[in-house]
Design a protein around this ligand. Structure first.
Ligand code: LIP
Length: 290
């Protein structure tokens, strides 16, 4: 558990997160090149980075460092810096990059301010988060103790709450798959154990938006292995401030090993069923050992 300093200016940090996420959202929509290609790949040939991922991260990092020069930065794309203040910004400039590349309108800009060390699971806590859905003009925002809010075009801020689902067999559950073949085999094996016991699965392609769906109740729950802190830092706070629970398996903190997100009344059942899937996938061993 990480101690959160009382003196942090949470409202100021939240507003800054929202403003830079909105600006980056406008950039990636308005300045998307007609012939957007893959600038380079990372963990596999399908783990793509576009020029807009880097441009958006550069914009966000520049705005944040001018506003708060002592804060740290930990972003998906190249580059980062240690904090001399109590705050580190954890940023995914385009979460759902493959959707963005394919013109599928399901991607987000995710900006979170955390305390602690976001490079070590369990040693950091998000204190503000902003997830911007540039295609729909929607802003999901939260600050520790301030609730979760959705701002959409033509509508005022609406307070979010997770679904009332308590029966896993009636739950609509989101998930996702990694970029490496072995991990995808393992994830599919886990899913094979889960899907007979839920209403249905949805795979939208952006963890940040998946988690925000849980916060607003348009998904009952979500799980995925392989997330990085930047995929989830902002949206996990949006979930917990909406009354949901975000964890790993067996009470562990959320990490690349597993992220579970659900209303409090559904979280244990989801975790138990996913754990069954993990045991089955691990028992069958590679190629999918995750
Ligand atoms: C994506 C996640 C998604 C996951 C994809 C990918 P990216 O993040 O948001 O949930 O299933 O494999 O990791 O790479 O688009 O920032």
């Amino acid at each position: 558990m990480v101690a959160v300093p009382d003196a942090l200016p949470l409202e100021e940090l939240e507003q800054l997160a929202v403003e830079v996420a909105l600006e980056a959202g406008r950039l990636i929509v308005d300045e998307r090149p007609a012939e957007l290609g893959v600038a380079h790949t990372k963990s596999s040939a399908t783990d793509v980075v576009t020029v807009m991922d880097q441009r958006a991260q550069d914009l966000i990092r520049g705005r944040l460092s001018r506003a708060r020069p002592g804060d740290g930065f930990y972003g998906e794309e190249e580059g980062g810096s240690e904090a001399t203040s109590e705050v580190t910004w954890v940023v995914d400039p385009i979460d759902g990059t493959v959707n963005y590349l394919y013109l599928i309108p399901a991607y987000a800009v995710s900006v979170a301010a955390v305390v602690g060390n976001p490079r070590v699971p369990g040693e950091w806590e998000p204190v503000v988060g902003a997830v911007v859905d540039p295609e729909r003009g929607r802003v999901f925002r939260a600050r520790r103790g301030g609730g979760s809010w959705l701002e959409a075009p033509g509508a005022g801020a609406v307070r979010l709450g997770t679904s009332a689902a308590v029966d896993l067999s009636q739950a609509l559950v989101g998930t996702g798959f990694g970029y490496e073949a072995g991990t995808r085999w393992w994830q599919t094996r886990v899913l094979a154990e889960v899907i007979p016991h839920i209403r249905d699965i949805r795979r939208f392609g952006s963890a940040a938006l998946d988690l925000c769906h849980v916060a607003e109740g348009t998904l009952d729950a979500y799980f995925e292995r392989g997330l990085n802190p930047w995929d989830m830092a902002a949206a996990a706070l949006v979930v917990t401030e909406a009354g949901g629970v975000v964890s790993g398996l067996g009470g562990e903190p959320p990490s690349s090993s597993m992220v579970l997100a659900a209303p409090a009344g559904l979280h244990a059942a989801l975790g138990g069923r996913v754990a069954e899937g993990v045991r089955a996938a691990d028992a069958e061993g590679s190629p999918g050992s995750g």
